[in-house]
Design a protein around this ligand. Structure first.
Ligand SMILES: Nc1ncnc2c1ncn2[C@@H]1O[C@H](COP(=O)(O)OP(=O)(O)OP(=O)(O)O)[C@@H](O)[C@H]1O
Length: 122
């Protein structure tokens, strides 16, 4: 019973983490809007199962990267708020990870949607 309670509590902490990301990271709203837009476009174009899976995985990866980025930024700020070249690099690396997934998500969106928009798929 204690184990189950502990397990449920950890879900509570995780959900709090997602809520904190929305509170502290303005880019999370951008990711949410982008995710809603993708779901709407997918539904309108009636994309196939594989295309749904690819888009959902990419949405999850982008959110995950943004939340990790927020966590790393917070930790870095706890280490020092003073100007520190290494802290700068850590933050840049973390932001770079978000940019990478966003870039590849955009490339995948073009690959998935272009045939529909060109009338090659319906
Ligand atoms: N303590 C620091 N020392 C050196 N450079 C820093 C430091 N803090 C931030 N920087 C530099 O400024 C950039 C922006 O940092 P900041 O903490 O404002 O993140 P941000 O990307 O603007 O945050 P957000 O995700 O909220 O937009 C970092 O990527 C890094 O290059």
């Amino acid at each position: 019973m204690n184990r189950i309670k502990k397990h449920l509590t950890s879900y509570q902490y995780s959900i709090r983490g997602i809520w904190l990301a929305f509170r502290y990271e303005h880019n999370m709203i951008f990711h949410l809007v982008a995710a809603i837009a993708v779901v709407i476009v997918n539904s309108l174009l009636k994309v196939n199962k594989t295309e749904w899976l690819v888009t959902l995985i990419l949405i999850g990866l982008a959110w995950m990267a943004e939340i990790f980025n927020t966590a790393i930024e917070k930790l870095a700020d706890r280490v020092t708020k003073e100007h520190d070249p290494l802290i700068g690099q850590v933050k840049d690396l973390s932001a770079g990870a978000v940019l990478i997934i966003c870039f590849f998500a955009t490339v995948c969106a073009v690959i998935i949607y272009l045939p529909y928009l060109m009338g090659l798929k319906y």
